[in-house]
Design a protein around this ligand. Structure first.
Ligand code: WQD
Length: 350
């Protein structure tokens, strides 16, 4: 049995893909999730976890648990000796965070501090944190490397990621035997090649790719392109899209880095390549064989023109590099969406 890794938010999009990679890499993940964003299958096991069990012919220990439930968290740490924790759980809708800042600060910061305190009292001192390129705010230079200034986040969601990074950095300064790897994601997209797990946003997708995929599969009529007057190749927003499986493998590499007693380290997880909205639409039309109708809409508040990573440091220090290109990302996304037109929930209509 491999090292036990606690995965918070492990039923969600990124978390579930990391659970799959952890098992494939010989680790023993213990998953907690409060289902705030994942779709609940019958009974208590999230459908995403159930499907990974089927795919890998294994069983995964899963607890429906909220990090705000401090006693519940304490009990879990009494039951298990974790080699490390991967922390994904948290509220993550940028727009919603602007409308509900107090809820986002309360939930995301309390959850993180509960987790860190319970880790501390149970002598678990290895942490991988799911951070975000959003901590860089509006880039002052491109590509963005880890030395780029942080804290210029334009929304409360991004600020919670920045604050949690700072909490972890200070914890590692205060207690030298702590090791943490903060992973700043660019734009994770796509799905595992099986098509069994993938992104299943509840309600109207905020992000581009789930929305485009839902247009392709006929769940949505038309994509609104938020602005075509940016200073980019075709006027639409440019982002660094990274395959969620590449991203997940970056977490396995981060676990290995913890073993070097690395202290607190920060890495961008991106491809270093930017694609515009219209280039992505073309990629999804090719992958799906469907036309993706779109209309040009006003810019979305808080959006930047271009954002893409300098991924060199992760390659040098983690020995990790994204492998999958846009064609593969679109093909894997389309397989997930076309096999699961209504995501994890079974459609009630035929
Ligand atoms: C990408 C591009 C939009 C939707 C967000 C969060 C970030 C991270 C990743 C969590 C932009 C355009 C989008 C649509 C569009 N999440 N777009 N029509 O904004 O780069 O990053 O997700 O960590 O924190 O901010 O991703 O997918 O929302 O937008 O034209 O219906 O697609 O303007 O140029 P973003 P996105």
């Amino acid at each position: 049995m491999g090292e036990k890794i606690l995965v918070t938010g492990g039923a969600g999009y990124i978390g579930s893909h990391c659970v799959l990679e952890l098992i494939e890499a010989g680790y023993h993940p213990v998953v907690i999730d409060n289902f705030s964003n994942a779709v609940q299958g019958e009974g208590v096991v999230a459908e995403s976890i159930r499907r990974i069990e089927k795919l890998l012919n294994t069983t995964i220990e899963f607890h429906q648990l909220d990090l705000l439930d401090r006693p519940g968290l304490e009990n879990l740490f009494k039951k298990h000796t974790f080699a490390a924790v991967m922390h994904f759980a948290g509220l993550k809708a940028v727009g919603e965070s602007v409308e509900q800042p107090l809820r986002y600060y309360k939930v995301n910061l309390t959850a993180a501090m509960n987790l860190i305190e319970v880790m501390q009292t149970n002598n678990v001192r290895n942490l991988v944190f799911s951070s975000s390129a959003t901590v860089y705010g509006d880039p002052t230079r491109l590509p963005i490397d880890e030395q780029h200034p942080v804290g210029g986040c334009t929304n409360p969601y991004g600020k919670t990621k920045f604050f949690i990074e700072e909490i972890i950095k200070d914890q590692c300064k205060a207690e030298k035997d702590w090791n943490a790897v903060l992973l700043r994601y660019f734009n994770p997209i796509g799905a595992h090649s099986s098509g069994l797990i993938g992104e299943d946003p509840q309600g109207i997708p905020n992000n581009l790719l789930p929305y485009v995929a839902q247009v392709a599969v006929g769940r949505r009529q038309c994509l609104s392109v938020f602005g075509d007057d940016y200073d980019t190749v075709d006027g639409t927003g440019v982002r660094d899209y990274i395959h969620v499986v590449d991203l997940s493998k970056g977490h396995i590499a981060a676990l290995k880095k913890l073993k070097e007693n690395c202290g607190c380290k920060v890495y961008n997880l991106g491809t270093g390549k930017g694609y515009s909205v219209l280039q992505v639409v073309k990629g999804m039309e090719k992958a799906s064989g469907k036309e993706i109708p779109y209309k040009i809409a006003p810019r979305r508040g808080g959006d930047v023109a271009s954002c893409y990573a300098d991924p060199k440091l992760a390659e040098e220090e983690l020995g990790w590099k994204a492998e999958f290109d846009m064609e593969r990302m679109c093909a894997d996304l389309w397989r997930w969406q076309s096999m699961n037109p209504t995501g994890f929930t079974k459609s009630t209509t035929s």
